[in-house]
Design a protein around this ligand. Sequence first.
Ligand SMILES: *Cc1c(COP(=O)(O)O)cnc(C)c1O
Length: 378
Amino acid sequence: MNNQSADFIPISQPYLTASAQTLVLDCLQTGWISSRGVYVEQFEQAFAALVGCEYAVSVSNGTAALHLALLALGIGPGDEVIVPDLTFAATANAVLHCGATPVLCDVSRSHWTLEIDALKACITANTKAIIPVHLYGNPADMTAINQIAQTHNLALVEDCAESLGARYQGKATGSIGHLGCFSFFANKMITTGEGGMVTTNDAALAEKVRCFRDHGMLPARRYWHEVAGLNYRMTNIQAALGLSQLECFEQFAERRQAIELQYQTELADVPGISFKQVLPQATAVNWLTSLVIDPLLFGATSVQLFAFLQQHQVECRPFFYPLHQQPPYAADAAAFSQSAIVSAQGLSLPTFYTLTQVQISRVCDLIKLAQTTFSSPE
Ligand SMILES: *Cc1c(COP(=O)(O)O)cnc(C)c1O
């Protein structure tokens, strides 16, 4: 973000509408700035309707959503929860913070989500849940994952932090598993600054999430704590922002889709570049336009391309490091050959609502220039 020139293109930028100002100002003027106030419930209801779920419980962030979902399921010490090796670390951190053990699973080379044979191999007598992550907005293979979960009587928690609006067999991600977890960080599909949501169709689970979110107090008996809960509530100000974002969600999602299409069209003839493959029964969203670069065909590595774009005032970002390579989750590399490759070769490009066609063309031209520059022998 430093040394920005006029033609600097950031990777992401929140888009705040005029109604955001109206609604947030209303919070300030009425004094309803904490987690009580009309917007919290309105946002939850509008969100539940969007995802097509019975219940939506707002929380302070996406990590809190995952933590609460696992607590509501009763996940604790001795339990194993399967998470993809390629994800944002919050997915696995939430498991660790329940005292349970995250079990890492390799991902598909082409789809970047849980690889089904690897998933089967992860299951033990202690497995209690699976957290499929719809990475970069790409729905995981929920039919196969559901089947495995049912066979072994496992809970399914969808990590939808990057997939608001994505669908699988017509159903919104977050409405397929037992619980869905969303994030509203500034760079996500919609934002509340910081914020998150847990969705479910199970009344008892929704009740537990609400209870754990609010110190473990029973709604019907204040200051009586049935469990040692947490304070993971969303504020009325955040919910006001969230409501204003939902009003424009369809436009946001459509624009992001068009952005990916333009990148794909302009980069179609560049050797060694591939985009995420989407299952035929799924409709992805474009959270961040992401590429995998085969260095042999492209003539440069994703790290070299990253530096080249950075030099030319285009901000991009590498994929997540595979969890098995990082200290809290260190595991033998042998089982994670695909996630290691996807991670090493991945690069995400500028993707946000106000990004212009001219800016996208500039990024694409730079990628083509990098390809010819790096691959032509001097
Ligand atoms: C952003 C993200 C989270 C965490 O959300 P926060 O709101 O930042 O806590 C969890 N999982 C994935 C896959 C994410 O991208």
